[in-house]
Design a protein around this ligand. Structure first.
Ligand SMILES: C[S@@+](CC[C@H](N)C(=O)[O-])C[C@H]1O[C@@H](n2cnc3c(N)ncnc32)[C@H](O)[C@@H]1O
Length: 204
């Protein structure tokens, strides 16, 4: 039998030794800096800006498309960012099965697919089961930050969050660094505005 070809990892790419085992706390970054995770990072503009702005924090960009992963890695290397890693994997799997529980200080989901057709709503990320995963992933007082351009998905997500007791909606802190993602710029250029859900993780 021929051996499968394994491509070498890109610079800044994180490739788990075992995709079926939960990571240990220092496997991603060998330091104690707070970890922020961006699920569905796209071209990475948003996470790259955060990682540059906050060198004292660690960032993980999660994206399933290889071309986008490669682009984020190239840009991270060009900027010399050592606090940003890129993981090519599915978002929900990463959050539920790969990342250590109680390890993430802020979780970002920016302009995810809104799945607008009613028959596809069950594919939306923001549902009770996923919010439970988010709660277990975040450290106490950790932040869940969600942005969407889709009014119906925003309303759906607000209702899901309201029904979930351990993520409490709070205001986005005034003056806090808040870079615009690639998709945000595209939607704003079309005259749309983003709805933001910013929640604090509480024990429960
Ligand atoms: C609409 S784009 C938004 C990208 C970026 N967050 C932004 O705002 O510019 C959604 C991104 O999520 C990725 N994506 C969609 N579903 C995913 C999943 N289940 N797991 C990982 N990435 C996913 C897509 O490949 C795409 O790059």
């Amino acid at each position: 039998m021929t051996k499968p070809k394994i491509r070498p990892a890109y610079p800044n790419e994180f490739v788990p030794d075992d995709y079926f085992k939960r990571l240990q706390s220092k496997e991603l970054f060998d330091n104690d800096a707070p970890l922020e995770v961006d699920l569905g990072a796209g071209d990475g503009s948003y996470t790259l800006a955060l990682a540059e702005h906050y060198p004292e924090r660690n960032f993980l960009a999660v994206e399933r498309l290889l071309g986008r992963v490669s682009k984020i890695c190239r840009r991270a290397k060009a900027r010399g960012l050592e606090n940003l890693k890129v993981l090519r994997l599915e978002s929900a799997y990463t959050a539920e099965w790969l990342l250590p529980r109680n390890s993430v200080s802020r979780l970002h989901i920016i302009c995810p697919d809104p799945w607008p057709k009613a028959k596809h709503h069950r594919r939306r990320l923001i549902q009770q089961e996923f919010l439970e995963t988010v709660h277990r992933l975040l450290v106490p007082d950790g932040i869940f930050l969600f942005k969407t351009d889709d009014d119906d998905y925003a309303e759906w997500s607000q209702e899901e969050v309201a029904a979930y007791p351990n993520l409490v909606p709070t205001e986005f802190p005034v003056g806090q660094f808040d870079p615009k993602s690639d998709f945000q710029l595209q939607w704003e250029a079309e005259g749309k505005s983003l709805k933001v859900i910013h929640c604090r993780n509480v024990p429960g």
